[in-house]
Design a protein around this ligand. Structure first.
Ligand code: ZN
Length: 443
């Protein structure tokens, strides 16, 4: 059959993001890829033309840290792949990375992987996974190799949660870090000192929840792990860093490792909310681990935004009823939903400087580059059309949870349209997806 047009779609007259700046260019798409980029005004034959005047056009955003169908026993997080990916698409996210359930031995890997592949079939956006280990008792090298062979070059581990057998022993952590340097893999670490948490002796009450997992637990543990990296090299990635002081410490003691061996992720909630909310009537609605911090730590975190590599959401929402069912924090499901408004929230605070933390940085660090995270010929046609002047009043959004921790906030900058591999998921604020996302092998 004869092709009528060489290009299936073009985005014209928009400001196109490359490398920290915007250019007036037109982008042409075909076969799910970006196939041509030309200066604005030079019209090529094309089936559908999308006018992007006064809009920013950016690479589809990547959220490297989400939890979908998170199973906590009595509670299961609100979003499945269908609802999470729909909410993500409204926020300009075209790829997210979820976590396999924690495993203790290598032979559990396959089952956990198949389970996630099954769950993810309903996703509207592209996706990948991180392998997760608990108190891992098996051959670390074998697991890393198996994981890489399945397109997953990242292992997540915990330094806390010994009570649920998820804490990984230091000897194993050292092994994983050493192997990461030899295999092009990445070790993601939930970094809180278990002893400090166990010995905190704080009452099981919402108002003092932050003191039960204090800032110090993060800062000390980050120091400990960075020291291991300074000996063994390797590549580690601190997930959901909450304290500006943690980053100050890394800059002072380990600056030569930053951007090479140590990568830092933080989340919108730590920039927008502080521990004061735990003393309010509905403090339960804001419970997550690690907790929200003091205003001082938040200020320091903002000052260190330049050092932070990526913004993930740690998306794990529950409903109001679930959050409010019990009074004691130990019984409340931990986690917040931030997927849909993540980029707009951070753009509102930091402007254009935030863009790399949603695009090229997560793409490079998590081995999605150059397929994802950049607007260039040959890359996937994952694109966000963003109105930098549009006012957005945050509501509960498209997640299955019935509230957002940011509800009522008024911010400037909103996603108009989201395109995944050449097709609209969201067009001018309407959900129009007709196809499903796919698993992206990251190697
Ligand atoms: Zn998480």
């Amino acid at each position: 059959m004869k092709k009528d047009f060489e290009y299936s779609m073009s985005l014209v007259n928009g400001s196109i993001y490359h490398n920290g700046t915007f250019y007036l260019e037109d982008i042409y798409l075909s076969d799910q890829k970006i196939t041509k980029i030309v200066p604005s005004g030079k019209t090529l034959p094309c089936k559908k033309i999308v006018d992007c005047t006064n809009k920013l056009v950016m690479p589809g955003f990547i959220d490297p840290h989400v939890h979908i169908n998170l199973d906590l026993g009595e509670f299961k997080s609100s979003d499945d792949y269908e609802s999470a990916s729909r909410a993500a698409a409204f926020g300009g996210i075209t790829t997210f990375i979820d976590f396999l359930e924690p495993i203790i031995t290598v032979d559990e890997f396959d089952e956990k992987l198949q389970q996630k592949h099954k769950e993810a079939e309903t996703s509207f956006i592209d996706y990948s996974f991180h392998t997760t280990v608990g108190n891992f008792e098996d051959d670390a090298e074998k697991l890393v190799k198996l994981s890489i062979d399945n397109g997953i070059p990242s292992i997540k581990l915990f330094t806390t949660y010994s009570e649920s057998n998820r804490r990984c022993a230091y000897e194993k952590i050292r092994e994983f870090i050493e192997i990461s340097g030899l295999t092009d893999s990445l070790i993601l670490i939930h970094t809180e000192n278990d002893e400090i948490i166990i010995n905190s002796n704080v009452e099981d009450q919402i108002a003092v929840y932050e003191s039960s997992r204090p800032a110090n637990a993060e800062i000390e543990e980050i120091d400990k792990l960075a020291k291991i990296v300074s000996e063994l090299k390797g590549r580690i990635y601190f997930v959901h860093v909450t304290c500006g002081s943690s980053i100050d410490l890394l800059k002072e003691k380990y600056s030569e490792l930053l951007q090479h061996n140590i990568f830092i992720e933080s989340c919108p909630q730590y920039f927008y909310l502080t521990k004061e909310v735990y003393s309010t009537e509905n403090g339960n609605l804001f419970l997550l681990a690690p907790p929200l911090r003091s205003i001082e730590e938040q200020e320091k975190l903002k000052k260190n935004i330049g050092i932070i590599n990526t913004i993930g959401t740690d998306h794990a929402p529950f409903t109001k009823e679930e959050k409010l069912r019990y009074a004691k924090p130990s019984q409340v499901p931990k986690g917040l939903g931030s997927l849909e408004y993540s980029f707009s929230l951070m753009y509102n605070l930091f402007g254009e400087s935030i863009i790399p933390k949603y695009t090229i940085n997560p793409a490079v660090i998590h081995s999605l580059f150059p397929r994802k995270g950049i607007i260039q010929e040959g890359s996937d046609a994952d694109l966000v059309i963003f109105d930098p002047k549009k006012q957005l009043i945050i509501d509960s959004g498209h997640s299955k949870s019935d509230y957002s921790p940011y509800e009522g906030s008024e911010i400037i900058g909103a996603v108009d349209s989201t395109i995944l591999r050449g097709e609209f998921l969201v067009e001018n604020g309407k959900f129009v997806a007709t196809k499903r996302g796919m698993f992206i092998k990251r190697n």
